[in-house]
Design a protein around this ligand. Sequence first.
Ligand code: BES
Ligand code: ZN
Ligand code: ZN
Length: 513
Amino acid sequence: MKCSAFPSPEKRLRSDLCLLPFAQDEEGEPIALFDDPILLRSCQHLLQTKDFSGKEEEIISLYPDPILESRICLVGLGPKKALHVEQIRLGYAKAIRSLPSSIGTISSFPPMVENLSMELIFRGVLEGIYLGMYTFDMYKTEKKEKKVREVALLCDVPSVYIKVEREVRARMEAVSFARDLVNQNADDIDSEGFAACAKKLDDGRLRIQIHEKEWIEREKMNLFLAVARAASKGPRFIIAEWKGAPHESDHTALVGKGVTFDSGGLNIKTGNFLDGMKGDMAGAAAVLAVMKALRDLNAPVNVTAAIPLCENGIDAHAYKPGDVVVARSGTSVEVANTDAEGRLILADALDYVKEVIKPSRIIDVATLTGSAEVAVGKDIAAVFSNADALAFQLETAGTHAGDPMWQLPLHKEYDKLLKSEIADCKSLAGRAGGAIIAALFLQKFVGDIPWAHIDIAGPSDVLKPMRYYEYGATGVPVRALIEFFLSMGPKEEREDIQNQVAPYSPLEGGCGK
Ligand code: BES
Ligand code: ZN
Ligand code: ZN
């Protein structure tokens, strides 16, 4: 798809459809967010009927005058006073999804919103369009043809647009990359398949190393090896390096849970708990996608990603509940349940990163606990941190990106619950506070390094449409992490943008439905 900006209205006359953004005033009446007398006149009759109010995600198409415009589509963005980038994303995503397949070219007036810069408005429109266009049809006999070939925004500042478009495209390609990895069969994206996809990203600037079982054994990652024992494919440990600020010492490590299928192991998952477990590598996919975006955006940051990959399978070699395994760090761990495998592979990866990479901060991403999903639901990731400032930066980045996360506490008292009778600690304790206890377990392996753990078990995929996501993987938290890394760049510029975005407030329905 090609996106471009046009100062002249002629482009509009040649497009198959023109999207017209509307908001709602205090009385619930529609207000046009564009300024074009001819098109306004075309909408006049509809507006008089009161059939369109401009409320969030409301879409109506009209065919007023084929000579001027073959179709126009009114898009509601909701109450004007609550209009932020997220509402623009939602409206445009919804509009794109509801178009008939005959539409090849679209034009739109970017919504005029007083408190938002042109840059943010473009971003909202383009992100909405890209997110709305995502489809996964690899396994369909009949491919959904991607009809929309061209989007033209009618505006006077094409230079801003070009910069934003390039950036948005890199961000959105990373999101789609993560979603594609998660949506594919577990036997295609197994440890080898995932590693092969990662290797393809190596271009000399982004460097990818793939380590196999012998290396993992030499590293004494025994927890990781225990989980990986019953799979037909061997484990892989990927290290991806991006040095976008070579003269600076600041360095972030990203760690992603890469369980390519989680059967539960001998504590086998029952019933529909197996559903979606091909997506238990969504943390790994997100981390790799962020590395790709950093490269594509030439981001001025230093980041190393560490990704442990294996299947949590079942065969005669499977690790067993009750086993005591000595972690890479030397800590002995009693495996209380083989289905709590994510924290085991992450523990060795976190310890490796802490000791070998010695980063300024560590961020891990994992579909770690059903408990996190119960706590914060399908729309929000749970974040835990030993450094509140880091958690706050992540939450803020998530808010700006429309990829929300909320901090939950690393409640020290619960640490006692991880005491074991026969080992230094056990891997889990009871059901209550499961996401917190999993995070407390991980904390044992990060030492004093500022660290944040993002549990994406809830938002990593959806079974029914939610916000701009349809069925399947969402790519969470790729957008939040890219925002986080880009916000580490030139301060003044970012603060300027951040001041224009309202804080995320679920109580006001800011997070969609
Ligand atoms: N991969 C699961 C967590 C998960 C659940 C992700 C639902 C996505 C959706 C994880 O490995 C797991 O099985 N966790 C168990 C831990 C329990 C055995 C302590 C859980 O959350 O039930
Ligand atoms: Zn599990
Ligand atoms: Zn798992």
